[in-house]
Design a protein around this ligand. Sequence first.
Ligand code: FES
Ligand code: FES
Length: 160
Amino acid sequence: MSVTVRFKVNGTSRSVTTDPQRRLLDVLREDLQLTGTKYGCGEGQCGACTVHLDGEPARSCLLPVTAADGRSVTTIEGLAHGADLHPVQEAFLEEGALQCGYCTSGMILAAAALVEREPDPTDEQIAAALNGHLCRCNGYLKIVKAVRRAVATTRAGRRG
Ligand code: FES
Ligand code: FES
């Protein structure tokens, strides 16, 4: 049996007719070619598959595609505004906060959600936002530095 799921992906209305048991992760990657969302563990343990669902981070390997019906999904491909990178993306580049890049889209989406809801996060809040996001290259120090830089530039932007 197939169902048709209608949702917004990166601001564009999409509909996909598919097996309702399929994971949102697989539909994004295989049907919509949004391969910036990564398959890591497939069990909710690594964070590589993180997207925003109605603005909140969600692990797309744990969600059936039907969970996105009528909702809004943002993937790493939709985080920038045209040529303007999101402040977290800029900060990752400036800090060199990636090596192989496999964890990066999930890390950036988790951090972007934090920066958007919390203008002045504590180190504990940053750690909590990145909790469960695994970097096999062990780039955590630079990743946390990048999040702090994004917070600072976002705050300066709000003031300016
Ligand atoms: S692939 Fe989803 S949490 Fe690891
Ligand atoms: S940069 Fe390689 S897994 Fe994080």
